[in-house]
Design a binder for this molecule. Structure first.
Ligand code: IPE
Ligand code: IPE
Ligand code: MG
Length: 262
């Protein structure tokens, strides 16, 4: 184990002062991974769960504060019911199996998305895991489940409209900060780095509002093959980027605003 960490560190030396605070991942390619091996899609999802475990560990080890994983989109409800059932079973098993490790590593678990659509047993397991890890101070692990960014934005607009209707809010008092407080991600900083696996170059309805200035990283690696080394490589690659937020390089140097640690 120590050998692997040492070689990883020399392959991709990370600057601990400039780590991305929040890394988000679109975990894609489980089906193709399985198909290439003549296995069922479900076997691909099971292998993907091992990548989740590896990446969570690695993120915690490096010192990432927030890790957000897109596990199931609102659109994914249209998949065959057998696949959905298998995914839900895998999720429940994962939460059960990883609880102790999350607690030992002081990881706080959270779930975001339209959770009421999930089977009640899954909702119960999610709530249980959140409560049992609430004391976690080292990393926030957020799972996006039954999540869709457009629905999230519409729900925020609706909530604000209700406040206006009730006379508690004036339309001119709606600004970006107030809007963002109605999103699922209210307690999270915007992602600094967003990774998508499997060679697709799209966001598939993930964190559309929050990723306005996020650095995007695409890799052809399928999610079940995305493990510690690929994760460190993505963070390293992020550290080679120049973030400017619409400013000039000069301004960035003066203000230090591009320091992703903020
Ligand atoms: C990602 O893998 C997992 C989920 C969307 C639940 P896919 O199941 O989308 O795998 P591909 O894209 O078909 O290979
Ligand atoms: C995005 O993957 C959703 C998750 C990884 C959970 P999809 O496989 O659903 O996305 P598309 O259909 O390729 O855009
Ligand atoms: Mg896919």
């Amino acid at each position: 184990m120590t050998d692997t960490s040492a070689s990883l560190e020399s392959l991709y030396p990370l600057d601990r002062q400039r780590l991305p605070a929040h890394v988000a991942i679109i975990m894609d390619g489980n089906g193709r991974w399985a198909q290439r091996r003549g296995l069922s899609r479900v076997r691909g999802h099971a292998a993907g769960a091992e990548s989740v475990r590896a990446v969570v560990r690695q993120a915690r080890k490096i010192g990432i504060s927030y890790l957000t994983l897109y596990a199931f989109s609102e659109e994914n409800w249209q998949r065959p019911s057998t696949e959905i059932r298998a995914l839900m079973a895998l999720l429940t098993r994962y939460l059960h199996r990883e609880l102790k490790e999350m607690q030992d590593n002081r990881i706080a678990f959270r779930a975001i998305g339209n959770l009421s659509r999930l089977p009640v047993e899954v909702q119960r397991e999610l709530a249980k895991t959140e409560a049992a890890t609430a004391e976690g101070t080292e990393m926030v692990l957020t799972l996006a489940l039954s999540y869709g960014a457009r629905s999230e934005i519409v729900a925020a607009a609706r909530a604000l409209a209700r406040e206006v209707e009730a006379g508690r809010l004036r339309p001119e008092d709606i600004d970006q900060a107030r809007f963002a407080r109605h999103l699922f991600t209210v307690d999270l900083p915007d992602p600094d780095l967003l990774i998508r696996t499997s060679g697709e170059f799209r966001l598939s309805n993930f964190l559309l509002w929050q990723s306005a200035y996020t650095e995007l990283y695409f890799t052809p690696t399928l999610w079940p093959d995305f493990r510690e080394e690929e994760f460190v490589k993505a963070v390293w690659e992020y550290q080679q980027r120049d973030r400017r937020f619409g400013l000039t390089q000069e301004q960035i140097r003066q203000t230090g605003i591009a320091n992703p640690r903020r």
